[in-house]
Design a protein around this ligand. Structure first.
Ligand SMILES: [Zn+2]
Length: 561
C-alpha cells in the first residue's frame, strides 16, 4: 500500500557503509578528536559492534545487509558461486541474490531509494530511485552500470569523468600513487553523492565506500613497528595512510549531514571489520599431505610437481606477485602470462576420482567431493559424508602452527551450524578461521612453499575480521544508547522500522528496538511474509568478456587467488 500521508511522517534515512571499518582503529582516532562527525553522531545517538556473516566476505555480508537473510537464504557466500555441474565458479552479480532486496521493500512502500556502490551489485536494476553498481561491474560505461543509465552522462557533465574504482595498483615501495588514487576516487564519490542528493533526492539512501577496506588491505603494515618485517627507514612515511582515509570518510559524512540536516536518521556501519594479516595457508596442500586430495599421476602434472618442489616456479611466481599481477599484465604478453600461470598446479591437476575434499576462497572453506553434487564426486552422502567431515574437523583441530606449535585453526563450523535455507548446497561444508584471521587462505597448491603457511598474496598486510562498527543517530534514535549483539542480518529490519514500513515475519534479523525512541518503537509493525516474495528479480547475466574483466579487477585487488 502506498501511503503518501505516512511518507511525510517519516524522516529520511541514510545508511552509509564504510566497508571494513573497525573500532580497533576508529576508537583511537575518535579519542584523538580526528573523526569529529562520527563522534557527533555517537553523542546524539547509539553505537555498538556489528557482527558480520560467518564468512566475513563483502558480497556475503552486503547481501545479508540488503535482504535481512543469512547467506543460505540469499545464496551469496563469497565473490564466486559454484557453476552447477562443474568445479568452476562464476563471479558474483546482482542476479545471484535470491532473496528480496531492500529497494523492493522501500519501493513497495512508496519510497524512493538511492543505492550506491555495493560491491556485488552489477548490473543495476530498475527501481524508483537510483542505483550505481560496485566493484563487480567491469567498468563504469558498461551497459547496466547505473539506473537510470543517463545518470552517468549527467554526472560527467556536472562533475567530470565518472570514476568507480581505483585504477592505480599498490606496490610495496611505490605506495604514493595508490594512496593518492584512492583519495581522488573518494573525492569524486563525495561530489557525486552530494550531486545525487541535491538533484535526485530519495526517501532513503544506501551508500557504500570501499576505501577503508582497500587501505587496510595494503597499508596495515605501516601502522606499527610491531608488524613483521617493518622497515623503520621507510615504512613510517605511510604510518598515517589508513588514518587519512578514515578522516576523509569522516569529512564526507560531515558533508552529507550538512546537505541533509540532522532531522534525518543516519546509520554508519561496516559489513565486517579489519585487522592485520601475516600470511596465507595453503589448504589444498594440507589436504594433499593428509591424503584427502590427490593430483593426477601423469607426466605433465609430475613435471609441474617437480618444478614446484625445486622452487623454480615458486620463484617465478613470487616475482610476478611481488611486482603486482595487474601491473605485470600490462608488460607481459598474454601467451607468456598464460604460460607462467598454467605452470602452477591448479584445479586441472587434481585427480577428482581419488579426491575427497578440496578448498577454495580467501577464508577457510573446505568442500567435500560429494557424489551427486560435485561432477566427479566420490564421497557418498550420509554416513560416509559425515565420517569425512569428522575426520577433517579432528585433523584441523590437531593442526599445529608450523613455527610455534600452537593450534593453527581456532573456530571451526559445519555449514549447518551457521547457514540455513534453500541455497545451503552452495556453501562450503566446513568453514574455519586461521589464527583469528591472521592468516587468509590461498587456492594455490603451494607445494613450492616451505610449509603450509606462506607469504601474503598481492602484498596484503591487512584483512577482514568479523566485528564491524555501528553508529546510528537521528530523530527516531535514542541518545547515548548501546546496541548490543547487533549483526549485519539486522540492518534491513531496522531500516524498515526507521522508515515506518511493515517488517515481514520471515526475516532472519531483528530490529534494534533498544536504539529506537519510544515513539518509533511503538510504530514498529510486522506482517506475514507473502508466499510470492521471491524477490531478487532476475537480472541479465554477465557476458563472458565482462566476467573476465571482473575477474581481473578482483585479482588486481587481491580478492581472488
Ligand atoms: Zn567488505
Amino acid at each position: 500500500m502506498v501511503d503518501n500521508a505516512a511518507k511525510t511522517d517519516h524522516a529520511p534515512l541514510v545508511v552509509l557503509g564504510w566497508d571494513a571499518a573497525t573500532w580497533d582503529l576508529a576508537s583511537r582516532w575518535l579519542a584523538e578528536g580526528k573523526l569529529p562527525h562520527l563522534a557527533r553522531l555517537m553523542e546524539r545517538g547509539a553505537s555498538g559492534t556489528i557482527r558480520s556473516t560467518a564468512l566475513p566476505v563483502s558480497p556475503a555480508a552486503w547481501s545479508t545487509i540488503i535482504t535481512g537473510q543469512n547467506p543460505g537464504r540469499h545464496g551469496v557466500f563469497d565473490w564466486f558461486a559454484r557453476k552447477p555441474g562443474s568445479y568452476q565458479v562464476e563471479y558474483v552479480h546482482t542476479g545471484q541474490i535470491k532473496a528480496r532486496p531492500v529497494w523492493e521493500y522501500f519501493n513497495r512502500g512508496g519510497r524512493r531509494i538511492g543505492v550506491f556502490n555495493l560491491p556485488m551489485l552489477y548490473p543495476a536494476v530498475p527501481l524508483d530511485g537510483f542505483m550505481f553498481s560496485g566493484l563487480a561491474a567491469p567498468d563504469a560505461h558498461a551497459d547496466g552500470f547505473a539506473y537510470p543509465s543517463e545518470l552517468i552522462a549527467e554526472l560527467e557533465r556536472a562533475i567530470g569523468p565518472f570514476r568507480h574504482a581505483e585504477t592505480a595498483i599498490y606496490r610495496y615501495g611505490d605506495e604514493r600513487a595508490y594512496l593518492d588514487d584512492m583519495l581522488a576516487l573518494l573525492d569524486y564519490q563525495r561530489r557525486a553523492l552530494l550531486y545525487l542528493i541535491e538533484h535526485h533526492p530519495c526517501d532513503a539512501y544506501l551508500l557504500v565506500l570501499m576505501q577503508i577496506d582497500h587501505a587496510q588491505h595494503k597499508f596495515w603494515r605501516y601502522l606499527s613497528p610491531d608488524y613483521p618485517g617493518y622497515d623503520p627507514r621507510r615504512d613510517g612515511e605511510f604510518a598515517d595512510a589508513i588514518e587519512q582515509v578514515y578522516r576523509t570518510m569522516d569529512a564526507l559524512l560531515g558533508d552529507l549531514v550538512i546537505a541533509l540536516g540532522e532531522e534525518v536518521n543516519y546509520i554508519v556501519l561496516s559489513d565486517h571489520g579489519g585487522g592485520p594479516v601475516h600470511g596465507i595457508m595453503y589448504i589444498n596442500r594440507w589436504l594433499h599431505e593428509i591424503g584427502m586430495l590427490h593430483l593426477h599421476d601423469d607426466p605433465r602434472t609430475r613435471l609441474k610437481l617437480w618444478l614446484a618442489r625445486t622452487d623454480l616456479i615458486g620463484r617465478a611466481y613470487r616475482l610476478v606477485s611481488r611486482l603486482g599481477l595487474g601491473w605485470v599484465a600490462n608488460l607481459v604478453s598474454k601467451p607468456a602470462r598464460n604460460k607462467v600461470v598454467s605452470s602452477f598446479l591448479g584445479f586441472e591437476d587434481i585427480d577428482w576420482s581419488r579426491t575427497r575434499a578440496y578448498a577454495r576462497g580467501a577464508f577457510g572453506q573446505i568442500f567435500i567431493n560429494l557424489e551427486g553434487r560435485e561432477p566427479q564426486g566420490i564421497v557418498k552422502p550420509g554416513d560416509e559424508y559425515r565420517q569425512v567431515v569428522t575426520e577433517l574437523v579432528e585433523a584441523l583441530r590437531a593442526l599445529p602452527h608450523p613455527d610455534t606449535g600452537a593450534p593453527l585453526i581456532d573456530v571451526i563450523h559445519l555449514r549447518e551450524e551457521i547457514f540455513s535455507g534453500p541455497y545451503m548446497e552452495q556453501a562450503a561444508d566446513i568453514v574455519f578461521s586461521i589464527q583469528g584471521y591472521l592468516y587468509q587462505a590461498s587456492v594455490k597448491m603451494g607445494l613450492e612453499s616451505e610449509s603450509i603457511l606462506g607469504k601474503s598474496e598481492y602484498q596484503d598486510s591487512g584483512g577482514h575480521r568479523p566485528e564491524g562498527i555501528l553508529v546510528m543517530a537521528g530523530p527516531d534514535v535514542c541518545s547515548g544508547g548501546e546496541v548490543k549483539d547487533a549483526a549485519v542480518v539486522d540492518v534491513l529490519p531496522t531500516m524498515l522500522a526507521l522508515a515506518g514500513l511493515p517488517i515481514p515475519d520471515d526475516l532472519d534479523g531483528r530490529v534494534w528496538l533498544e536504539a529506537l525512541t519510544p515513539a518509533r518503537r511503538s510504530m514498529v509493525h510486522y506482517i506475514r511474509a507473502q508466499s510470492d516474495d521471491e524477490g531478487g528479480k532476475a537480472a541479465p547475466a554477465m557476458s563472458a568478456e565482462e566476467r573476465l574483466e571482473l575477474e581481473k579487477r578482483l585479482r588486481d585487488l587481491g580478492y581472488l587467488g
